[in-house]
Design a protein around this ligand. Structure first.
Ligand code: ADP
Length: 542
């Protein structure tokens, strides 16, 4: 017998309709590329999204067309998203930090038909547009007064272009299973792979993300998504923000400590989300200028492992709650968050920090397990680590075009490529990426654990651990360190600091000092490049 409840498809335009109706006056504040701070609200965003949808349709764009965006976080970018989805199209976020050849490859693979672009990236677009055969229109997210001179054909100023539509448009009636968004993973190995979100997965993910034990956000929050909309959907905040009716503060292209602090302060931001490097810059800025964070309640930190020192400083010095989160583009992206279950209610000090350092537990909507190489489930004992696998309604079931089939199994589990353990209370801890883990004498050493330890040393700014060939043990860990400005830590002081904190056989065999550690376009340490750089390194004991 079927239930007697209504069919109410989970489609994304319902999110912006709801925001406009229930929270119409709530502000969206953007730092524009042109310079000034711009203010709008959900009612206007919806109206202008309707104009975008109408205008796209009039230009001949159709349902399922991939429409790319190359833009910072800002109100116009959000309007473009909802307009594209509302005419049945698929927003395709491009990461401007990739090499131009990679962007061209991705755009051709996706067969992008149009491109919304911020002024910042026009020089880049000048170079690459001719190499993307499918591209028919370029909409520059600015007004006529700020339009750059360009020799490219079919380029329009966004404000003029949408002004030609009145917004008298009915959202296209799509099914919830239809695609609405697309994002390629950076592909540190092999070609980038396209993840194709559906209306349903985006809506479910947004609800999941907002839950109290996930991000725990509400209409009373002022949210600053520092994490870019081009990096895994701004961790869903472009959907969960309007869904719950929170004020949004969009940072544009300025993510340095001073600019972020200015927005946190003037807009009285209560909640923010970003990768660890952004928070490092902010904390440095606060210290140098003796500033406090009176409005900020909570920050979500993820994308790569959050150093313990960041959590400690935020919580103890600034009174800001830190939630460490893990996820990936393939998961829309949230997978787990380290909020506190009642089992940990009494914890304080280092014991509390230990739990906060884990990547947390999966909310409803994410199933998780760890397996050994023979695909046997490992116990949740907080020790045995293996391949981390997930499934759920906002987890990919394949890549666009069919790449990467080996990562998906018959029971629907997706192999994340991460290595982790899960404790008796469900808290997961990433110990490595499968391709980075060090195999020493048949045992695995977690590079992430060692890196977290090393950055606890007062003179260490950043640390990376890689495996270096060893005649007896196959591989041994080498610690690569960037010192804090003005400090000169020695090999001995760092190893002495780490000794009591790790198993004896985990201790790095050597420490190499560098000026800079290479990063990927999504802010992760580029281990492949480091391994290449140190491939002939001779360990002292070898
Ligand atoms: P990519 O950078 O590969 O394009 P993502 O941004 O989707 O893609 O990165 C996902 C990966 O980032 C995860 O598989 C994991 O290895 C790493 N990651 C994300 N969050 C964390 C975290 N909190 N701790 C450790 N690693 C993390």
């Amino acid at each position: 017998m079927l239930g007697l409840m209504q069919e109410w498809p989970l489609v994304c335009h319902k999110i912006i309709d709801h925001a406009a109706r229930q929270h119409g006056n709530r502000e969206i504040v953007s730092r524009t590329v042109e310079g000034p701070i711009a203010r709008t609200n959900y009612r206007n965003i919806r109206q202008r999204s309707l104009q975008v949808a109408q205008r796209l349709e009039r230009d001949g764009f159709k349902r399922a067309d991939r429409i790319a965006t190359l833009a910072w976080n800002g109100a116009r970018h959000l309007e473009a998203w909802y307009g594209i989805m509302g005419m049945g199209g698929i927003y395709h976020t491009l990461n401007p930090r990739l090499f131009p050849e990679q962007i061209v490859w991705i755009m051709n693979h996706a067969e992008d038909q149009a491109l919304f672009v911020d002024l910042t990236f026009m020089p880049l677009v000048e170079k690459i547009a001719g190499m993307v055969k499918s591209l028919r229109k370029i909409i520059v997210l600015t007004d006529a007064a700020h339009m750059p001179a360009t020799a490219l054909p079919n380029v329009v100023a966004y404000e003029d272009w949408i002004a030609e539509a009145d917004g008298d448009f009915a959202w296209v009636d799509v099914a919830e299973a239809e695609a609405c968004g697309m994002c390629y993973t950076s592909g540190t190995t092999g070609d980038p792979k396209g993840v194709l979100y559906s209306h349903r997965s985006n809506v479910i993910h947004a609800m999941m993300a907002a839950m109290p034990d996930a991000m725990g956000i509400s209409s009373r929050d002022v949210i600053l998504p520092v994490v870019p909309m081009f990096h895994a959907n701004a961790w869903g905040l472009g959907q969960s923000g309007p869904m719950i009716g929170a004020k949004l503060v969009m940072p544009g292209g300025k993510m340095d400590g001073a600019s972020i602090y200015e927005l946190l302060d003037t807009e009285k931001v209560t909640f923010s989300a970003a990768v660890p490097t952004v928070w490092l810059m902010l904390l440095q800025y606060l210290e140098q200028n003796d500033l406090k964070l009176p409005h900020l309640n909570k920050v979500v930190i993820g994308g790569s492992a959050c150093p313990r020192a960041i959590t400690e400083k935020f919580e103890r010095v600034y009174g800001v709650e830190v939630i460490h989160a893990w996820g990936m583009t393939e998961m829309s992206p949230l997978g787990s968050l380290a909020t506190m279950k009642p089992e940990y209610a009494g914890l304080t000090g280092d014991a509390l920090l230990d739990i906060k350092q884990t990547q947390g537990f999966a909310p409803f909507g994410v199933e998780m397990k760890v397996t050994d190489d023979e695909n046997r489930d490992l116990p949740w004992d907080g020790k045995k680590f293996g391949r981390l696998k997930v499934r759920g309604p906002a987890v990919a079931k394949g890549y666009y075009g069919g790449a990467g089939k080996e990562q998906f199994d018959a029971e629907g589990w997706f192999d994340t490529g991460d290595v982790a353990h899960i404790n008796e209370n469900g808290y997961m801890q990433i110990t490595d990426r499968a391709k980075d883990v060090i195999k020493s004498g048949g045992e695995w050493i977690s590079t992430i654990d060692l890196e977290n330890m090393a950055v606890g040393h007062p003179d260490v700014a950043e640390a990376a651990v890689i495996g270096v060939a060893h005649p007896k043990w196959d591989e041994r860990p080498l610690l690569v360190v960037v010192a804090k400005p003005g400090r000169e830590p020695t090999r001995e002081s760092i190893l002495d600091y780490m000794k009591p904190r790790c198993a004896k056989w985990w201790l790095p065999d050597d420490v190499a000092f560098v000026k800079e550690i290479p990063h990927t376009a999504t802010g992760k340490i580029q281990k492949m490049a480091l391994r290449e750089q140190f491939k002939d390194y001779e360990l002292p004991a070898a």
